[in-house]
Design a protein around this ligand. Sequence first.
Ligand SMILES: [Fe+2]
Length: 296
Amino acid sequence: MQAKAGLVWTYLGPQPAPLVPDWEPFSWKNGFVQIVFAEVPCNWLQAQENSIDPVHFEWMHENWKTRLAGATGPYAPKHLKIGFEEFEHGFVYKRVREGSDESDPLWTVGRVCLWPNGFFLGEHFEWRVPVDDENLLSVTWSFIRVPKEAEPYEQKSIPSWNAPIRDSAGRWITSHVINQDITAWVGQGRIADRTKENLGASDRGISMLRKRLFDELRAVAAGKDPKGLIRDPARNKRVELPNIGRKLYTEGMTLKEYREHPFWKNLLEDFRWHYGQPAEVKREFRAAMGLEAEDN
Ligand SMILES: [Fe+2]
């Protein structure tokens, strides 16, 4: 058991235990970190398969958001090309969408499906921690760089909170990004019946993930180390993962640049990943970001 990055990590496998990975973002400065937990009633693997599905972003988040708002369009840019590659710590998925090309970092760098149960989006991690066959604990570790005007910022303690995933009427909450993902996970049932699925070309990553999982289960059964373990302390220092936003997260931007940024401006007003951020965490966040003067 070990504390790191605001979380307590445990290892349940055969001894000797490997090291807790020292992922690079855990050492970033001038950021507001928060940890969000959600108890989700389904098997962890269907959540993890979502981490290697580039096309769901177009439908599950963008187009569905349009439909939830009552509109029938316009729909988001279509995926023109997708690619999957394996590396030491998981898989990378890459995409080219309408309006971009192969020079886009979403193709040249991609996103990380982190082995064995994580998703890394550059400024936040999501882990799908198995609880039992029919339940998982979703753990989100989020870093939000403070504007340059608020530097230097040193966070005294990392807040954590539990996110509701149903509303008071028992309906799934669909307003925030990870809540939308959760509806996809639980919508497959407690344990997805994979005899009824029809994998398509965009599910190639899911096939790669499943094959790797079976191969690694066999390796563990044979007494070998599975993929991705870090045992050498010399290698476990700020371990970098593919990250299209590293420059922004390590160098920062001004509040004016934040407000003008098509994506990051949204984070100033709302924790867009999960519904239900407690008022005290929002207050801490706004103070860290230098936004408190706007509260009235
Ligand atoms: Fe998603």
